[in-house]
Design a protein around this ligand. Structure first.
Ligand code: X3X
Length: 357
């Protein structure tokens, strides 16, 4: 296919004009301007023997949808580029993850980081409130929020730190509190140590909710629960089932304090070196992969919850308003101390009002 494209392009170039097939870099909303230079042919010919290998890193286990979705996206990209773009997926923190993973991207390693968007907050502060506590009531609200100018502008700002955001909606369910006692209000969390990922947003939020946040890598988490180092953790039902949390805890308090989601972060300097036709394929497949994963998790939630209940997990509602009051200070604190744009929380809520209609 590429050969035909190259011959066609060479023919058109020989005719002097190249109308309307400049391709589009997914880093902008408009198509890139048509390139009528001879380089276009050279660039496309270069694509014939072009080869790029990237390592993709995340913390999820093979049984979790995120692992499966990343493998699917990598396979599709490999096939559609005839092997020119090879993405090797490494789960369960075999490579750098969390803050360290995002740092690899910033430093321009041949590395793709798949992490919670709050880790982008170390570079563009407003990504923290964007995924802040108790903001979203549905997956769809979050997906629509991503498309707002407010968030698209943050995505553009991330490029100043060499981060090309290729997706933000690898959603794996709302995160709830998982313990061995019934939690209904912030008072019930007093004196309890809960494991969180090492994201400042998570640590600040769990502390505000009444517990003492203890940040641990996922790989250390369940042993810490079983040894009593922590009293519980927070995470989604998909995490619960996919990593067998149900063998260590029996109560899930439905705080829905975070939407569990991951973004895909690609080094911009490497991105810009990739031929446009391959950029388009990569961007489209990661975009589709997030949509597909969100759909799979939406459709399988009831079955996942039922299976957890069959293993003895007991779900309970919580005093949602009391937790809402408890976490309100997290947003104020982000604006006062974390360099977030003053009024960003109000701006996010205003966007949500429009989305909710
Ligand atoms: O950065 C990506 C997620 O925030 C990871 O969350 P974490 O460390 O609670 O892991 C979730 C599990 O599903 C991983 O198996």
């Amino acid at each position: 296919m590429k050969k035909i494209f190259a011959l066609t392009l060479a023919t058109v170039l020989a005719m002097g004009t190249l109308a309307g097939c400049g391709g589009s870099s997914s880093s902008s909303t408009e198509s890139a301007p048509a390139d009528t230079s001879a380089d276009a042919a050279v660039e496309t010919e270069a694509a014939d023997d072009y080869k790029l290998v990237m390592k993709l890193s995340h913390v999820f286990s093979p049984d979790e949808q995120l692992s499966k979705s990343m493998e699917l996206v990598a396979e599709r990209i490999y096939e559609k580029t005839n092997g020119a773009i090879e993405i090797q997926c490494y789960g369960q923190a075999q490579l750098a993850t969390y803050k360290d993973g995002v740092e690899q991207v910033v430093n321009g390693a041949q590395f793709i980081s798949v992490e919670d968007p709050s880790y982008l907050g170390d570079y563009v502060a407003d990504f923290k409130p964007f995924v802040g506590p108790m903001l979203y009531q549905t997956y769809d609200e979050y997906v629509q929020m991503i498309e707002t100018d407010l968030i698209q502008d943050m995505i553009k700002q991330a490029e100043d730190y060499n981060i090309k955001v290729l997706g933000l909606d690898y959603i794996f369910g709302f995160r709830n509190v998982m313990t061995n006692k019934v939690i209904e209000s912030p008072d019930d969390l007093k004196g309890m140590k809960l494991r969180t990922p090492g994201s400042d947003l998570f640590i600040d939020t769990i502390n505000a909710m009444g517990a003492t946040a203890t940040s641990l890598a996922w790989s250390e988490t369940l042993s810490a629960v079983s040894q009593g180092v922590v009293d519980g953790l927070e995470g989604s039902e998909f995490t619960n089932l996919g990593t067998k949390c149900y063998e260590y805890i029996e109560n899930v308090a439905e705080t829905k304090h975070f939407l569990g989601t991951c973004g895909v972060y690609f080094p911009l300097d490497i991105w810009e070196s990739i031929p446009a036709e391959y950029q388009t394929i990569i961007a489209e497949e990661f975009d589709y992969g997030g949509e597909e994963m969100t759909q799979i998790c939406t459709e399988s939630y009831a079955e996942t919850r039922a299976e957890l209940e069959s293993y003895g997990i007991k779900f309970n509602e919580v005093d949602y308003d009391a937790f809402g009051v408890a976490i309100a200070g997290v947003y104020a604190d982000m604006e006062e101390n974390d360099g977030c744009t003053p009024g960003i929380y109000e701006a996010l809520k205003a966007e949500l009002e429009i989305i909710r209609g």
